[in-house]
Design a protein around this ligand. Sequence first.
Ligand code: ATP
Length: 512
Amino acid sequence: MQPAEKPENNTVIEKNMKEIVALCKRRGFIFQASDIYGGINGFWDYGPLGTELKNNLRDMWWKRMVLCPPIGPDGHPVQIVGLDSAIIQNPKVWVASGHVGGFSDPMVDCKETKKRYRADHLFFLREINDLNKIVCFVDGTEEDEQRKKLKKLGWSQDLTVYKKATILDSVIQHDLTTKVVGPDATKPGTLTEPKAFNLLFETKIGAVASDDNIAYLRGETAQGIFVNYKNVMDSSRVKVPFGIAQVGKAFRNEVNPRNFIFRSREFEQMEMEFFCHPSEAKMWFDFWKEERKKFWQDLGLTTGNLLMREHGADELVFYSKGTFDIEYKFPFTDPGFGELEGIAYRTNYDLNQHQEHSGQKLDYIDPERNNERYIPHVIEPAAGLTRGVLALLCEAFTPDPGRPSGVYLNFHPSMAPKKAAILPLTAKDGQPEIAEKLYMELREEFPVDLDIKQNIGKRYARQDEIGTPFCFTIDNQTVADQTVTVRERNTMAQERIHLSQVGDYLRRKIKI
Ligand code: ATP
């Protein structure tokens, strides 16, 4: 869901986001895709550290879902198995799921500028003294820009009535085509009524490029799970209630990709479909809501930056009996929030649809309930791996004029791409040898950096900027008594520990 509120002070926030994006590029977290060709809108590449960060988040999710799932409300560990389904499936999958017919956003075109906007991303300002004057902006427009535009249109400079467009609002729909000045337009009446625009990327399979060979890149990982429900049931020993989890790429031809990786055209999801008896669905829905919130909190997202938002009746898809979004206060949504994960009670809609369209029986005969036959209901926690990475980066980004780097990334140690750096104070006196030995011991278990060159301040600065939680410094005393200094990233406090304790120290600190 889109952030509902406008930033109060766009300049400061925008600066932060620019700094975050710049740091991501400078230190090798995230690059524009095809950078040397000028990029390609909505696509991003992950550099050496970004890849590690993303893998850490993915692996932690996998661990908490599949390898070591939580204890359920019945006191037993929840059963969840993993899956890795193809990105391209039979196109009938997407017809059954409703994506071919309905996976669309209402779009508004501008006849003057030929630009296209997502209707729910527009908001409106109405002149207070003249209700016929309405001007429209894209969500996220800086206040300065808004003021400039209003001035050009000869408006009073008061930002008068502010309204987020719910395109269902009939007044706005009518006004759109008559009175409203579009986001980049100069005169009113150039916007069209909203039209549906399908988000699935199309491709053609095989040598002959005909319409009979159309296939789609998956718009979500979830459908791969539903269409394998029967295979998993038939081949493994799972019993309802159980879950199937999948992490992978999803593709949406977003009309306005923006806010760095927040809205990308190619992104990654971490989705789990939890199948249960209809009478227990509410209990599992409540359970997963709490578990998923806890997951993000455990990774360091602070309570004030996280929000559980329940979908209103007008937002719910018709088959859902309830949906909560876990939202995060990103710098570009602040003081509002943007969706990080959705937890939906989807009833048995998806399995029903696939049963109908495939002709295969997808009901379950429940041995625990006198062989009752039913199509399980589903609770779906659907998280964005891409948005998760962005939330971790935004949360971690901590300006600190008091240190040489001016900023550090305050990652939870479990998420940090590098867990520690080993830094001999000088490149002589036996120090590099000790450092190398320690490095060879630690690297088997932890991603660690060995950095021998440059002055120590510069080396600390680099580690601060990439969010390395611990630096082990080797000095003359190490040579004498086998102790090293541990420098903790956030506090910069130092303590000495014995070389033989370093592994244990890291193991303890990294654990959540
Ligand atoms: P939005 O309203 O922001 O378009 P959505 O409600 O359509 O998102 P879902 O279909 O519920 O999203 O997908 C589950 C998760 O996938 C979202 O919570 C989000 O983290 C992630 N996601 C969806 N679209 C994108 C995108 N274009 N770029 C990055 N992540 C995305």
